[in-house]
Design a protein around this ligand. Structure first.
Ligand SMILES: NC(=O)c1ccc[n+]([C@@H]2O[C@H](COP(=O)([O-])OP(=O)(O)OC[C@H]3O[C@@H](n4cnc5c(N)ncnc54)[C@H](OP(=O)(O)O)[C@@H]3O)[C@@H](O)[C@H]2O)c1
Length: 319
């Protein structure tokens, strides 16, 4: 299998974390970095030994030595940046939350389909070996049938109205920043909810600083809490007909516990590389989307998040 040549757009905090993992992606080769500032892009490229660096995102998408662009910019720019990369015939891995609203999501998916290019939401949790094995064992019935899931993903971020976390213009709020993880994992394990309720607490900037979601999937129920104003423990507890499955730090899971037995998956690093390896494998097979994070599911989740935002009264420009 050829190595997929990856270029990164936006060199903020997630970029640095991904950089600790990417060397583990055997079928990917990081060829280029792009920041809005050429000197900073060059400094980062030298630091990480990346051959090419650019001072604009336009130069990155024009680079013939890039096959896939990983978009690591704020939520409000995912739509424009994805269309920019697809328009230059690049495959795209786009950070969560995928877009600001269902309209943007639909346009991004339509563009990828029209261009016959690979597009995927970078929901890296789904690709962790521990998550893959957990899903396999639940699907096979080995762990029993799911009756309830309780999950939280929350951290305390000081109120800073202009930050990515609190500014509605940047697609801020707990639901968009961290609520997407428990929602995505519950839907990965249970399918599509047939009922839901949401209750939020808003910050003065108008985004949700905490959100509590209840979802129903036939016989199964889920309770998910996400917040940016209080520390959580990122624990997922899955109550099945055979007992309790506990997943510590579920969003970067390296183990789960069932019936007193711990299933451990040694973490080489944090594990972001698995989604890059998956994208490389899909593209090598000439597939334009992932069976693990399908575009229809991203569209469904983005629509659900939009409906939940409306219920909470969280409005973004362009809604
Ligand atoms: N997977 C995860 O665990 C994880 C964790 C954190 C965040 N994320 C996601 O990754 C994305 C980026 O988050 P982050 O925490 O890395 O954000 P960040 O630290 O604020 O970095 C965002 C980057 O976007 C670029 N950018 C371009 N135009 C911008 C503008 N007008 N305002 C601000 N930044 C602009 C900047 O890159 P340059 O100046 O370098 O061009 C900036 O460094 C978000 O979608 C977020 O939800 C994922």
């Amino acid at each position: 299998m050829h190595q997929l040549r990856v270029g990164i757009m936006g060199l903020g905090s997630i970029f640095h974390r991904v950089m600790t993992d990417l060397p583990n992606a055997a079928h990917c080769k990081l060829t280029a970095l792009a920041a809005r500032d050429a000197a900073r892009a060059r400094t980062e490229a030298e630091k990480y030994g990346v051959p090419l660096s650019f001072g604009s995102y336009e130069e990155l998408v024009q680079c013939p030595e890039v096959d896939l662009v990983y978009i690591a910019t704020p939520h409000n720019l995912h739509h424009a940046h994805t269309l920019l990369a697809l328009g230059h015939k690049k495959h795209v891995l786009c950070e969560k939350a995928f877009a600001m609203n269902p309209r943007e999501t639909g346009e991004m998916i339509a563009c990828a389909r029209q261009e016959r290019l690979f597009l995927m939401e970078a929901m890296w949790t789904r690709f962790l070996p521990a998550m893959g094995r957990l899903k396999e064992m639940l699907d096979s019935g080995e762990l029993g049938e799911i009756r309830h899931i309780d999950a939280n993903f929350s951290y305390a971020y000081p109120y800073t109205p202009a930050s990515r976390v609190y500014d509605p213009a940047l697609g801020g709020g707990a639901l968009m920043d961290v609520g997407v993880y428990p929602l995505s994992v519950c839907c990965m394990l249970l399918g599509r909810p047939d009922r839901w309720q949401v209750s939020g607490v808003l910050a003065p900037s108008g985004v949700d600083r905490r959100v509590c979601m209840q979802l129903g999937f036939g016989e199964a129920t889920c309770q998910c809490m996400a917040g940016v104003d209080v520390e959580g423990d990122s624990r997922m507890r899955i109550f099945t007909t055979r007992g309790l499955v506990e997943v510590p730090d579920f969003w970067h899971a390296t183990s789960f516990i069932f019936a007193g037995k711990e299933f451990v998956f040694p973490p080489e690093t944090e594990g972001h590389h698995h989604q890059f390896e998956h994208a490389a494998a899909c593209i090598a097979r000439d597939e334009t989307e992932s069976p693990v994070m399908p575009l229809e599911e991203t569209a469904f989740l983005m629509n659900l998040i939009f409906q939940m935002r409306r219920k909470m009264g969280v409005i973004f420009p362009g809604d």
